[in-house]
Design a protein around this ligand. Structure first.
Ligand code: TYM
Length: 371
């Protein structure tokens, strides 16, 4: 059986999500939760329907409280070491959707401290600058100006640090080692870092002086941080944060790994239409070697990366997606044709995104939380 590894800093191999669910101890999102979404918001988002957001911790609690009139707040984040790629947009886009549907506050943490501590060649000045670049992309996704606050760790340290040390006091080195796999050679900033990521999970409760439920949408790779936060926060008198986790959008090349050091493995929000076209044309395909073979035997959308991009993000309409899937499987739709559909959709999305990103420059300061 193929080996895989998922940590907040490393994703390797073909992920077996059933195994990961057991390993991490999260729960699968079941029909009763989908029904609850439908009851409250009148619909079920395609990422929920398709099990892209597939797992959770205490999501039932969050929805039940909401129905009783006890609103939660949202918290998500990003480690600024490079421009955002489409994978990063997945949890962020879904968070924005939840904010719109539930009309709730949202904190977005940009962890320049984390990226400085974990990336050998990144200075703190660079990480901080990238945080503000990433903030533009995040604002461009359409977060509500009145309800959303972006936190840049080193610039909001006066408030964060006071809370982070309260968390840190309850985490031993041996716990951090067991959860994250640190070694004696790991720098001590890395060992402390998870306490910074825990803070926005109770910050609203600190501000309001009473417990406010918190829901954290994120990619499944970040779960270890919140496992620790869920252990510690009750010791400080706060609720355990709830979470909703997405699968990871695969990289474009064979093996599905996405990496900033392999530019062709991911599409970035700053890519040009030419780059997008080249990357998708290069992407790993489930098509046959020749047109004749493809027409005769059909392609395999289950392993086809461009098809996965439609499923995860770019074709929200189930009927249209199904037609593409069937046509590809039967051989009616060729690999080149499928790729062309994907190129057009992504290019349109990115060009519109880049316009919104420009406009975000005028309002960025209104989103940044300062102490
Ligand atoms: P980062 O910058 O690695 O990732 C940002 C968010 O994107 C998710 N993600 C993906 N989702 C789908 N497909 C992918 N291929 C993919 N790659 C990354 C991550 O799971 C994450 O949700 N330490 C964090 C920053 C952070 C944070 C948070 C994230 C601070 N507080 C609260 C989530 C929630 C980080 O470096 O994320």
């Amino acid at each position: 059986m193929a080996e895989f590894k998922v940590t907040p800093w490393e994703v390797e191999g073909k992920i077996d999500y059933d195994k990961l669910v057991k390993q991490f101890g999260v729960s699968l999102i079941d029909e009763s939760i989908l029904k609850k979404f439908k009851k409250i918001t009148g619909e079920v988002h395609f990422m929920l329907r398709r099990k892209i957001f597939f797992a959770h911790r205490d999501l039932d609690f969050i929805l039940n409280e909401y129905e009783k009139g006890n609103k939660f707040y949202l918290y998500t984040g990003r480690g600024p070491s490079e421009n955002l790629h489409l994978g990063h947009l997945l949890p962020l886009t879904f968070t924005k959707y939840l904010q719109e549907k539930f009309k709730v506050k949202c904190y977005i943490q940009l962890t320049d401290d984390e990226k400085f501590l974990f990336k050998r060649n990144l200075t703190i000045e660079q990480a901080n600058k990238i945080a503000y670049e990433n903030a533009l992309d995040i604002i461009a996704l359409g977060f509500n100006k009145k309800l959303t606050k972006i936190i840049v760790d080193t610039d909001y340290a006066k408030t964060l640090y006071k809370q982070a040390i309260r968390v840190a006091k309850h985490i031993t080195f041996s716990t951090a080692k067991a959860v994250f796999g640190f070694e004696n050679s790991s720098n001590i900033g890395q060992i402390f870092y998870t306490s910074m990521q825990a803070v926005p999970a109770f910050l609203e409760s600190v501000f309001q002086g009473k417990n406010v439920p918190c829901l954290i949408p994120h990619g499944i790779d970040q779960d270890p941080h919140f496992r620790i936060a869920r252990d510690v926060l009750p010791k400080l008198g706060y609720l355990k944060p709830a979470s909703i986790q997405s699968k990871l959008l695969p990289g474009l090349l064979e093996g599905g790994k996405m990496s900033a050091s392999i530019p062709n493995s991911a599409i970035f929000t700053t890519d040009t239409p030419k780059e997008i076209e080249k990357k998708i044309k290069n992407a790993f395909s489930g098509g046959r070697e020749t047109i004749e073979a493809h027409r005769k035997y059909g392609g395999n959308p289950d392993i086809d990366i461009p098809f996965q991009y439609l499923k995860y993000f770019f074709e929200p309409d189930d009927k249209k997606l199904k037609k593409i899937e069937e046509d590809y499987r039967s051989g009616k739709l060729l690999t080149g044709e499928l790729k062309q559909i994907v190129i057009e959709k992504i290019t349109k999305f990115i060009l519109e995104h880049q316009e919104k990103r420009e406009k975000a420059k005028d309002v960025i300061e209104e989103f940044i939380l300062r102490d």
